[in-house]
Design a protein around this ligand. Structure first.
Ligand code: FAD
Length: 395
């Protein structure tokens, strides 16, 4: 929370890896203390935005309660994340309609899902699956994580020992600033080490995993990924909760491939069948650029993939438009801060000089192009053709 939290609002709660209700309380406090509620319009969906070069304004079409209306603005900033909020990603599963139990996608989690004493199979091995497994294990009869191939899973303490000590000695604002710096350095160091010495980091993670699991556990089958550390996102588990749930027998991991769903569960390639009352398809999300807003300039449609990203914040030939997408290999929020600060300086500069528009213009000589995000996770590879691209070097 020191790196995910807001720079000017110290995190003072004990848990550094916080639960949803703590994060919500923190957000509500921030909104209240800074009088932000009047700037937030909930339940509004932006459908379309068209920039008029003549007027130097965006005309933005918004939907609320099924009604559409237009608003206008000088500068449009997308902070719409990069996931499709309408639907998660579910691959086709043969025999899905044969299954007699309940199938749930985490993106549409039913509030009244009753899994007490039930056999739950969670399909997937990403952040969602490794979070769900220990969270459901206490109440469910048994939870099985069914994965095609392993991911990197690393335990981290729920409470930050350094910050805890500092809280006794220093004011909250100072602790927040120091803990933020220490944690971002730690994450950056882990990423750099992983990229430079993948074999060493792989061995280290394996050793940590083996220690957290019961003796004789097949670590290499279930927790030894095919890819190198940080080629895809790594999953962090607070206080080893996932490993603890496995150790006490409340949860287990199966690494296999699905042949089909059956009446009572899932038939696997190894010949085994997994019994299930509930199947959770933690198979991922769909990525979309800028909340699926239909962006236009002077009425002309824009194919984003033809455009280049400028400083990870603006797009070539699209005037007065910025977007805020955080880091994918460290805390999302740290980059949100950098981009927001830079954008504010840019807007202040325009105000000082009386400029109406700002448009990044790509150098004609730019030859090779790279995907906007270069990690190899499935959800990124599935969607990069929808996003603008990067040039070969800095602007
Ligand atoms: C399971 C999971 C685990 C993750 N783990 C991590 C992690 O460990 N570390 C990390 O850094 N990141 C992680 N992420 C990435 C996560 O997306 C970001 O950390 C962060 O939540 C993004 O915040 P945001 O406000 O930019 O976007 P979001 O949280 O995606 O919020 C976007 C908002 O925009 C709204 N919106 C979208 N389209 C429109 C539209 N057209 N009109 C109006 N409103 C719109 C949405 O309703 C939503 O409220 C994880 C994501 C998931 C799903």
């Amino acid at each position: 929370m020191y790196t995910y939290g807001i720079k000017f609002k110290p995190w003072v709660r004990e848990n550094t890896i916080a639960d949803a209700h703590e994060i919500l309380d923190y957000l509500h406090e921030t909104v209240r203390e800074n009088g932000l509620a009047r700037h937030i319009h909930l339940g509004h969906r932006v459908l379309r935005a068209d920039f008029s070069r003549a007027q130097a304004r965006w005309n933005v079409t918004v939907e609320r309660d099924g009604e559409q209306f237009d608003v206008s603005c000088g500068v449009l900033v997308s902070a719409a994340g990069y996931f499709d909020y309408d639907q998660g990603y579910t691959p086709h599963f043969e025999g899905r309609e044969d299954f007699r139990g309940q199938i749930v996608h985490p993106q549409r989690w039913p509030d009244d899902l009753d899994y007490a004493g039930k056999k739950v199979v969670v399909i997937g091995s990403g952040a969602t699956a490794v979070t769900l497994l220990p969270a459901m294990a206490d109440k469910a009869g048994h939870v099985t994580m069914l994965q095609r191939s392993p991911s990197y899973v690393i335990p981290i303490p729920r409470q930050d020992p350094i910050a805890k000590l500092l809280h006794r000695l220093l004011p909250d604002t100072a602790v927040h600033a120091i803990a933020r710096r220490v944690n971002s350095t730690r994450i950056n160091l882990t990423f750099t080490l992983s990229q430079r010495y993948p074999t060493l980091v792989r061995r280290l993670v394996r050793r940590i995993n083996a220690r957290a699991l019961p003796g004789g556990y097949p670590v290499d089958t279930h927790f030894n990924p095919r890819y190198n550390p940080w080629d895809q996102r790594m999953c962090m588990v607070p206080d080893s909760d996932l490993f603890k749930a496995i150790s006490r027998g409340a949860a287990s991991v199966v690494t296999d491939r699905i042949v089909r769903f059956t009446e009572h569960g899932i038939q696997l390639e190894s010949g085994d069948e997994l019994d299930a009352d509930i199947i959770v398809t933690a198979t991922g999300l769909n990525m979309v650029p800028f909340g699926k807003i239909d962006l236009r300039v002077d009425g002309q449609n824009i194919d984003l993939h033809d455009h280049l990203v400028y400083k990870s914040m603006m797009i070539s030939d699209i005037p007065n438009f910025a977007f805020i997408i955080g880091y994918t290999n460290t805390s999302w929020t740290l980059k949100v801060d950098l981009v927001a600060d830079h954008l504010c300086r840019l807007l202040a500069h325009m105000d000082r000089h009386g400029y109406q528009t700002v448009t990044p213009v790509a150098d004609n000589h730019i030859g090779s192009r790279r995907p906007y995000i270069e990690m190899r996770s499935g959800y990124l590879r599935r969607a990069m053709h929808l996003f603008p691209q990067q040039g070969p070097n800095g602007p």
